[in-house]
Design a protein around this ligand. Structure first.
Ligand SMILES: Cc1cc2nc3c(=O)[nH]c(=O)nc-3n(C[C@H](O)[C@H](O)[C@H](O)COP(=O)(O)OP(=O)(O)OC[C@H]3O[C@@H](n4cnc5c(N)ncnc54)[C@H](O)[C@@H]3O)c2cc1C
Length: 470
């Protein structure tokens, strides 16, 4: 055996697994398909907010658990998935402690609770992608250095392609390395490849009828190799139809300064999101991740527009608690915000049916006045985000697209991050961690619990489980 475990992917989930495995006396090999030392991945590009279900991870477990359940309690809906989501609340504080043991520094990123633990140094609160030397990049470098010191540096430019199965047992992995395909053997394989958001075939099968109309809001490295490897080895796949992402201004397609920040969610969750007929099609009150999923599911994901008024533009859109705020950052970075003195004129400018839009806005304003949001079609929830009227000119519009960061479903796992088969039994030697795993996030309400925390918590659990089974 070349190693105790082979880890597919050198993002936060993979590097956490490898570092913890080393601490426990195991020999890990990390295969990373990126060739450069600062290879792209979502972990490196991340905003660095370490939270679980938007809670401060040092809060009592019961509080965090309640927030996880409120986000979307669905993990009991598949065999072996019982209480898998609870590992997020149970291990939240432990994961933070592990990171703080010389691996990462944190600062308070802002007043809202989910900003309590932000990887330092933080990224500037501006538009566009800025990762070099920021907290998440520094963390990945530290984790890599620790592996290098133990002669276990990630193998860059290695892409895992197939499981190695002998006598019906998974015994290793077939990987494409610099000198061609090789068979690598280990008693455990840990899939940490970050999801399938960059695989257009899988995206069309599970996420959107037109995946090319979504914008990659991240490293764009998740090709679903791990999903295919696990499925070939008999694993069950769960919740593949939802993703973590945000609404982005459509100009982001041409203008790289408009992604990953700012996000249009901050306006849309107070306003209305309409299609070309001027009709609402989703509950904006569920927030940006849910809206991005709804846009992706449309026959034409490029045809939706956020409509709001001057009050919202100078109010919530300029609220600096969730930086960078859309007003003025979006326009300063080159994004177009359409404005007109009447709704009719605005509708023409953004190719939306004016009669449909007028009826939608009338109904919306009535609902705001009478607080009767359940009568709207679709109903608008008000528990999290306050709906604002659309009355004060100039009226404004931003055409949007769905930005996809990572797929939230994936390989079904148990509480030890062991991959499960179709009837819920663990598959010997197969694990999935981070965004490759399913059952923790997603589900009917596109529940987002926290990608960084999921990477560390599942990574620690996988390494500890492999050590136990020695
Ligand atoms: C802009 C942005 C902001 C974010 N902000 C936050 C935040 O503030 N808080 C938060 O909790 N989450 C945030 N996230 C999400 C978070 O970054 C991810 O959920 C998390 O980092 C995923 O880690 P991972 O290791 O599972 O995947 P990744 O970091 O994507 O790593 C997967 C790795 O696997 C490699 N790989 C893929 N296929 C193969 C293969 N076949 N063989 C070998 N290697 C392979 C890839 O190259 C990649 O390096 C953000 C993400 C982005 C992009």
């Amino acid at each position: 055996m070349e190693a105790d475990l082979i880890i597919i992917g050198g993002g936060l989930a993979g590097l956490t697994t490898a570092n913890r495995a080393l601490e426990l006396g195991l020999r890990p090999i990390v295969l990373e398909k990126g060739k450069e030392v600062d290879y792209p991945c979502n972990s490196r590009y991340s905003g660095g907010l370490f939270h679980v279900a938007f809670k401060d991870v040092t809060k009592p477990v019961e509080d965090i658990e309640a927030a996880v359940k409120a986000a979307g309690d669905f993990s009991q809906s598949y065999p072996g998935g019982d209480s898998i989501q609870s590992i997020m609340s149970e291990d939240a504080a432990k994961a933070l402690c592990w990171l703080r043991e010389g691996r990462a520094k944190f600062i308070k990123g802002g007043q809202p609770e989910f900003m309590r633990w932000m990887l330092a140094p933080p990224r500037p609160r501006g538009a566009g992608l800025d990762w070099k030397g920021r907290g998440p990049d520094v963390l990945l470098r530290r984790l890599t250095e620790a592996l290098q010191e133990a002669q276990a540096a990630p193998r860059l430019g290695w892409r895992a392609v197939h499981p190695l199965i002998e006598d019906n047992h998974l015994v290793g992995i077939i990987a494409q390395g610099p000198n061609g395909q090789e068979k690598l053997r280990a008693r455990a394989i840990v899939i940490a490849d970050g999801g399938f958001q960059a695989n257009m075939e899988l995206m069309q099968r599970y996420i959107s009828p037109k995946p090319e109309a979504l914008l990659q809001r991240g490293g764009g490295t998740g090709m679903g190799d791990g999903l295919t490897i696990a499925e070939t080895a008999g694993a069950a796949l769960i919740g593949l139809d939802s993703f973590y992402g945000h609404l982005l201004g459509r100009d982001a397609i041409e203008n790289p300064k408009l992604w990953p920040y700012p996000v249009v969610d901050t306006i849309a969750r107070s306003a209305i999101l309409v299609d070309q007929a001027g009709l609402r099609f989703t509950d904006e009150g569920l927030g940006g991740v849910s809206m991005a999923n709804a846009v992706a599911k449309l026959a034409d994901p490029m045809a939706s527009v956020v409509i709001f008024d001057e009050e919202t533009w100078t109010g919530v859109a300029a609220d600096n608690r969730y930086p960078p705020c859309m007003n003025p950052v979006y326009e300063n970075a080159g994004g177009k915000v359409f404005a007109a003195p009447s709704l009719n004129e605005l509708a023409f400018k953004v190719s939306v049916d004016p009669d449909g839009l007028s009826r939608t806005v009338d109904g919306w304003n009535d609902a705001v006045d009478t607080a009767s949001f359940s009568n709207l079609s679709p109903p608008r929830s008000v528990e999290t985000f306050q709906p604002e009227p659309i009355r004060k000119p100039p009226f404004r519009a931003i055409p949007v697209i769905a930005g996809i960061t990572y797929t939230m479903g994936g390989i079904a796992i148990d509480r030890d991050a062991r991959a499960l088969d179709q009837v819920g039994n663990p598959i010997r030697g197969l694990y999935a961690v981070g965004s490759a795993s399913g059952g923790i996030e997603g589900g009917p309400s596109s529940a987002y619990i926290g990608g960084l925390a999921k990477a560390v918590i599942t990574g620690l659990r996988a390494a500890e489980s492999i050590a136990k089974e020695r």
